[in-house]
Write a protein that binds this ligand. Structure first.
Ligand code: C2E
Ligand code: MG
Ligand code: MG
Ligand code: MG
Length: 282
């Protein structure tokens, strides 16, 4: 009986795996279709200066939704990465976001942050794609931040060299490079000296729960801020959900914050309306 049960489990497992693969393959097809038919969109979330609550940057975040359903980026971005579709998707987001942000920057000085997958950085023409997106939109290079993750450091040496060459070239043109989700990867910290970066975005896993102000969490944020300062890097904290957290993070020396407390990701027209002078803190 145990044997039979074991075999059943095996069959069941196999079926689940197949179902998962089929679901994944179907999602790739639908995502490719959505991309071709302009059914994706870009939302923007503010990054604020703790000193005065002003919006300094908006981060572009890909969205895939209709009136009936939506798929979270945590689901479709990995699928796009595994299938290689992330290169086309990333270019689409970049070009769209630069067009949206050019006017915000011109009128209000707001900067733009765009997430970049390691797969994009391995393409020979990545730097050229970025330069073209900037030139076509009129957004100045200094108004753009590219958010990359530590995974840039993984993979064959030539791919890493290519990625670093792109980032070095773009930085020379004035583009800012940020390490996203800092503190959640598995690389040794030495990359902070070897990668051409300007800013670290501290992952929301480090944000202290303000009610308790866990001393260990506080110690870690303080150490990361100190490290960044010592290396001449800027800091952004992700996942600021309450004003109490904002107060703690500000006291710990964090410069910029992002999170539901300041605003959720919203469509471009909501950003345009909110940036109007009458809606900005004095
Ligand atoms: P990320 O780049 O670290 O973006 C921040 C994520 O945290 C966003 O999730 C945002 O909605 C969420 N978030 C912001 N504030 C808070 C908060 O206060 N509390 C909590 N719990 N969450 C908060 P989202 O939009 O679902 O995106 C998830 C991830 O998907 C992004 O993480 C990024 O890694 C990836 N992603 C999204 N759009 C793109 C894209 O165009 N290209 C690439 N390569 N990746 C993207
Ligand atoms: Mg990001
Ligand atoms: Mg992040
Ligand atoms: Mg993240």
């Amino acid at each position: 009986a145990a044997k039979a049960a074991g075999r059943d489990q095996l069959v069941c497992y196999d079926t689940q795996l197949r179902t998962r693969h089929l679901a994944q393959a179907r999602m790739v097809d639908r995502l490719r279709d959505a991309l071709e038919h302009d059914q994706l969109s870009v939302y923007y979330q503010p990054v604020v200066d703790f000193a005065n609550d002003r919006w300094v940057t908006v981060e572009a975040l890909a969205r895939w939704e209709t009136d009936e359903w939506s798929v979270s980026p945590d689901q479709f971005i990995p699928v796009a990465e595994d299938s290689g579709l992330i290169v086309a998707l990333g270019t689409w987001v970049l070009r769209k976001a630069c067009r949206d942000a050019a006017g915000w920057h011109r009128d209000h000085g707001t900067r733009l942050a765009v997430n970049v997958s390691v797969h994009q950085l391995r393409e020979a023409d990545f730097a050229a794609v970025v330069r073209t997106a900037l030139a076509d939109s009129g957004l100045p290079p200094g108004a753009l931040s590219l958010e990359i993750t530590e995974s840039v450091l993984v993979g064959a040496g030539t791919q890493r060299t290519q990625a670093i060459a792109h980032l070095t070239e773009l930085r020379a043109a004035g583009v800012v490079v940020a390490i996203d989700d800092f503190g959640t990867g598995f690389s040794s910290l030495s990359y902070l000296r070897t990668l051409p970066i300007d800013t670290i975005k501290i992952d929301r896993a480090f944000v202290p729960c303000a009610q308790t102000e866990d001393p260990q969490q506080v110690a870690m944020v303080r150490a990361i801020v100190e490290l960044a300062r010592g290396l001449g890097l800027g800091t952004v904290v992700e996942g600021v959900e309450t004003s109490a957290q904002a107060t703690v993070l500000k006291r710990l020396g964090c410069e910029l914050g992002q999170g539901y407390h300041y605003g959720r990701p919203v469509p471009a027209d909501v950003i345009s309306a909110t940036l109007a002078p009458e809606n900005q803190p004095a």
